[in-house]
Design a binder for this molecule. Structure first.
Ligand code: FMN
Length: 464
């Protein structure tokens, strides 16, 4: 069997400080230009030159007010604040790109599924099927309060709501319009055949929808579904819905375990375990030689802010690390934030302290950091890939856009020379490019069960 080719997304966010905090102060960093379309267009074209599968755009709706109970540090260091809308950004970049996919993060907790379904269908139409959706439910109390709730809905309940949200979306995307509904026949004066468009009648615990999807079928119908939670409940959700799962992890054995758990969850949901792609978040500092890469890292580190990284991590876990002494062990606390992350680093014997966390955030973030020559970085990437069963990586930016340019100029050719990275884009939609099949959801995916809405008993005319 041919060795697996590595798949690659750029991991970014419509903001200044995303993962590696503090680097915005580096003289060559351009992230403060994030409000400019020219900045993003240049970046998107750069990624296409590097044959990236996608630009994965994270998002958050609230602010990071857990650390020191304040947003002073997030404001001073631009820690995911200010942050602009990811869907509008993706929309603006479609015309500047031809093949690049866009994985947009959208929190389902605050937007009715009926509206969201149309927004993503619109993007899928305009991009000719290059859209993926990173399904998130939110983990910030500050977001829930800003949206008029008393606080964040309980962790597992958020996933229950998400399951139902997806069901509504599948009904709209997959079931409401038949493939051949649109005739666009001028002579017969029939644009859309009335008997091929079906109402959705959904009455559930969280949502009630009675209506027709407003968009005609887009190339993929359901966009490629990404997901990132890996708690027990999160895994069940991923096993059922996710086509791509984004995981974090600092060592190969923990990542291997996660890969196995995700694939098992897919199998338990009646899907082919290999049909789910797993991406690991990583950072890389590369130069033509190892010595130069180490020098570059030292230079970057002078601008990074580990404490800002910790403020971000406090929000992810719901734990205020500013309350801990430098060498005080960090204890497990039940929080309502990202459960899998809290459990991993408060596990018995894990030995985390604020000092160790600050060391881990030396470059302002806590993703595995690969540093070295192109050969060394390629070796490490492939080692991760072959050792863990991963399918690819979400590559963070460090000093931007320099770090992506370095990766593209130095590491991509090395991977290509080894036959481990594509040398041209495949044709077709994002789903076809990633999976070699599509453009629609595979038949075994639960979303495709709603395709026959027309034949279902509920498919009577609304109001009829
Ligand atoms: C690697 C990774 C990336 C994530 N990215 C985002 C994001 O961009 N926006 C967001 O609201 N939640 C994000 N999350 C949170 C999860 O999507 C999820 O909604 C929630 O935290 C529950 O995760 P759990 O099942 O592990 O507890 C991310 C989580 C992980 C592990």
């Amino acid at each position: 069997m041919e060795p697996k080719q590595l798949q690659l997304n750029a991991f970014d966010m419509n903001c200044i400080g995303h993962i590696n905090h503090g680097l915005w102060t580096h003289p060559r960093d351009r992230s403060t230009e994030f409000g400019s379309l020219a900045y993003w267009t240049e970046l998107a074209r750069l990624l296409e030159r590097g044959l990236f599968d996608g630009l994965f755009i994270a998002d958050i709706l609230g602010v990071y007010d857990v650390y020191q109970g304040s947003i002073d540090l997030p404001l001073k260091e631009a820690i995911q604040l200010p942050v602009n809308d990811p869907l509008l950004l993706a929309s603006a970049l479609l015309g500047a790109t031809t093949h690049l996919g866009f994985g947009v993060t959208a929190n389902l907790s605050h937007e009715p599924p009926y509206l969201f379904a149309r927004r993503l269908s619109t993007l899928d139409h305009l991009s000719q099927g290059r859209i993926g959706w990173n399904i998130v439910t939110g983990y910030l109390d500050s977001a829930a309060r800003a949206m008029g709730q008393n606080g964040l809905v309980e962790h597992d309940r958020r996933y229950d709501q998400a399951d139902e949200y997806l069901e509504v979306l599948y009904k709209l995307w997959e079931g409401s319009w038949e493939d051949d509904a649109v005739l666009a026949d001028r002579a017969a004066r029939i644009h859309t055949q009335p008997d091929k468009v079906h109402p959705v009648r959904h009455q559930g615990e969280f949502y009630r929808v009675e209506g027709y999807h407003l968009s005609a079928p887009s190339p993929q119908r359901t966009p490629v579904l990404f997901q990132a939670g890996s708690s027990e409940r999160g895994l069940r959700f991923a096993g059922r819905h996710a086509e791509c799962v984004f995981i974090g992890g600092s060592n190969p054995s923990a990542v291997r375990d996660q890969v196995v758990r995700v694939r098992r969850a897919a199998e338990a949901a009646g899907r082919d375990p290999q049909s789910v792609k797993l991406f690991l978040g990583i950072s890389a500092v590369v130069a033509t030689s190892e010595a130069e890469a180490r020098d570059k890292l030292a230079e970057y580190r002078r601008h990074a802010n580990p404490e800002a990284g910790l403020a971000h991590f406090s929000a992810s876990t719901g734990i205020d690390f500013s309350r801990y002494g430098l060498d005080e062990p960090i204890r497990y606390q039940k929080t309502n934030a990202i459960e899998s992350v809290v459990k991993t680093f408060t596990a018995p014997g894990a030995g985390w302290t604020r000092r160790r966390l600050l060391e881990q955030h030396a470059l302002g973030g806590r993703y595995p950091l690969l540093v070295g020559s192109p050969v060394q970085v390629a070796d490490e990437l492939l080692h991760w890939l072959d050792d863990t069963g991963l399918d690819g990586f979400n590559l963070t930016r460090t000093v931007t856009p320099e770090s992506h340019a370095d990766f593209i100029d130095l590491v991509i050719p090395e991977l290509q020379a080894r036959g481990r990275y594509k040398t041209a884009y495949a044709e077709g939609t994002l789903r076809e490019k990633l999976f070699g099949a599509g453009p629609r959801l595979p038949a075994e995916h639960p979303g495709s069960a709603w395709r026959s809405l027309g034949a279902a008993p509920q498919a009577r005319r609304l109001g009829g």
